[in-house]
Design a binder for this molecule. Sequence first.
Ligand code: M6R
Length: 584
Amino acid sequence: MCGIIGYIGYRKASEVIFKGLRKLEYRGYDSAGIATVSGKGISAIKDIGRIDDIHAKRNFLQLEGNMGIGHTRWATHGGVTQKNAHPHTDSTGKIYIVHNGVIENFDSLRAALAKKGHKFVSETDTEVIAHLVEEEGKKEGDFGKAFANAVAKLSGSWSLVCMHQGEEAIYLSRNGPPLILGIGKDEMFCASDVPALLDYTKRVIYIEDGDLVRFTREGYEIKNKGKKVERAVHTVTWTAKMAEKEGFDHFMLKEIHEQGGKIREALAADASGAVALLKGQQNITVVACGTSFYAGLVFKQLLQSRLGVNCDVIIGSEFAYARTGNERVVVAISQSGETADTLSAVRLAKKSGAKILGITNVTDSSLWRESDATVNIAAGPEIAVVATKSFTSQVAVLSKIALTLSGEKQEISSLSDASEQIEQVLERAGELETLASRLAPHKDFFFIGRSLSFPSALEGALKLKEITYLHAEAYAAGELKHGPLSLLQKDVVVVALAPSGTSLPKTISNMSECRARDAQLVAFSDSDEAISKSALHFRMPRVAQLAIPIVYAVPLQLLAYYMAVKLEKDPDKPRNLAKSCTVE
Ligand code: M6R
């Protein structure tokens, strides 16, 4: 949530920051701004809207100088207004700051500063920090110390990037949301995420909680608890090209199309550490949010049905209330590895002695670093806000772990076949585009599935609602008659996932119940009987039971994508959402 960036070097700062913000826009896109320092002083441009639109209107590149900071916002405190957009400044207009996170004590800080005569122009918590640094600067000649003293007064979560007029240096502080330092030759960068830096450097340092950093174009110094610390320099393996659309209209479409190959990479992942950690455990807890939670549901079903192991899957933000406190092993699933709800569950579990297995797409993310064992799902950068390839890669990795634990390694080959079946579905994308045209006028959608197709139904409904803003929800197929059936009528669409297998006859009965209530029934199935019961359908290839959650996810992603396009919504940047939710 919110993308932040800073630069000092020999390039035009506004250009580096503008390009970087475009790469970080998936983190928030309701407003954006850049401030740079030049011989003329500090200048800033900020406004509401998408970065490209603001640039077209205000021209970020008119900002001169070789040092600057920038921000793309996902609003927390204060509405989406030009005044609330970052960067924020102090009373003198000489200190500029961008922030990702939430300052929990900002009300009391603001009141205390107001008593001292500070006037605020925005409703944000961030502006308070700029004034706090200014106030601390009155007592403390050294800007670094003033910044550190201000940070010490904050509670909540933050990544801060701060600069001031009169010194060619940028100051950082991290307590929660991610922050990365990029090391170049005669230039230094900082950003919320790696893609913003890939055009310039692959050498990065992951700033840790509690770190205070000062960097110039020549180098950096990191302090933690007042002492100088060294942090490892990592070489990023992602390339700039991986974070481009490569000819696709949207990142979402590109990422959907990558899934055949990505499944193979996920199945080749080294899961030995995960297997060693889970072996012999009779109770396993999974924590995750959103799409990653649905991948966790697949894992639960495999662990329980194939190993007889008890598995609880808990939404990250509910873990604090639902946990027993006796969890011995917690599997945390997170594409970004930075989701605050999941990380907070992990930290609670660790405190009471649990070992953590982190399943993530981002090596060196917070989850990666805080876990006892890790598996990289190897899906590559996922830029679209909605998860697609990360879901199928998570399921592939989790299935491999479950099958290795249950001694059914030979079954992993049926998952390899999923790659080919995904390609078959992708070749028929045109049929899904046509289906999307037929369904686009409808307003209410129910997705139903049983057994391993139930998590896919949940994921299909989430995809549709996220990017089309239509009402969509998912139920276990047998659950409709326990209430939701009362909502069915003509024009309500029921998308039924009906793969062949032991659950099919009962799913067909549930489909008949929907048809009897005049719902528009759409089957995703390889079964003639299921298809014959439906008004519309997409014929699926016949897939092994284990491959159902992976292969059935793909046409549902495409359906949602084409419906969003038909409805003229941006599938990459759904309203109100942001990738990587770094606030609780
Ligand atoms: O990075 P994570 O996997 O931890 O993210 C979890 C959710 O925020 C994420 O899956 C979200 O639900 C997506 N918008 C789904 O498309």
